[in-house]
Design a protein around this ligand. Structure first.
Ligand SMILES: O=c1ccn([C@H]2C[C@H](O)[C@@H](COP(=O)(O)OP(=O)(O)OP(=O)(O)O)O2)c(=O)[nH]1
Length: 166
């Protein structure tokens, strides 16, 4: 299945590329970066026009674990009708560090504190994520009073594991 996506580049290096033949996603780079108190917004340097019935998805790369960042929305959903520049917002993450307790110089005692490394973020022009295009199925809702019984029933949130240990 081929999807022809029209792409308008706002920066000459912004074209999404597959690093290897057969990769699931195209890597994208940040061409701009705006740091606010709440998040870091990277601009990806392109706009798209995809056929109706398709969507674009922005996923983090697995190597994000090397950075102190997490994608704010877990997955970015880009609508077919969106004509703005693709953007990705990340939040800085904190990690636990050992901090010496004041006044304990001879026998240092440490306590755990959450700390943010403000420099451990994607710099501009780094590959900051990966994108994919998917079909959006046509879905209609049929409102009913009751639903068919099923094997799972209303069990969720780990209910399968609980049943296995009874
Ligand atoms: O990570 C993202 C998520 C969204 N968008 C753009 C494309 C998308 O089509 C539009 C709206 O996104 P979404 O529907 O997720 O946002 P919303 O919070 O529901 O706001 P809106 O009222 O704009 O729909 O914003 C991005 O550039 N990056």
């Amino acid at each position: 299945m081929t999807c022809n996506v029209k792409i308008q580049l706002l920066h000459p290096d912004a074209m999404p590329v597959k690093a290897h033949k057969g990769d699931a996603c195209f890597d994208v780079i940040a061409v701009g970066m705006e740091v606010t108190d709440d998040y870091i917004e990277y601009s990806l340097g392109f706009k798209t026009e995809m056929p109706e019935g398709w969507q674009g998805l922005f996923y983090p790369r697995s190597s994000i674990s090397k950075y102190g960042l997490a994608l704010c929305n877990s997955v970015g959903v880009i609508d077919a009708g969106y004509r703005g520049e693709w953007k990705a917002r990340f939040r800085k993450t904190a990690k636990e560090v050992d901090v010496p307790v004041r006044g304990m110089v001879d026998f240092p005692v440490y306590k755990k504190e959450l700390s943010i490394d403000h420099s451990n973020i994607y710099p501009k022009f780094e590959r900051i994520g990966q994108i994919q295009f998917q079909r959006v199925p046509t879905v209609t809702f049929e409102q009913v009073e009751t639903l068919e019984q099923s094997e799972r029933g209303a069990g969720g949130f780990g209910s399968t594991n609980l049943l296995n240990h009874v």
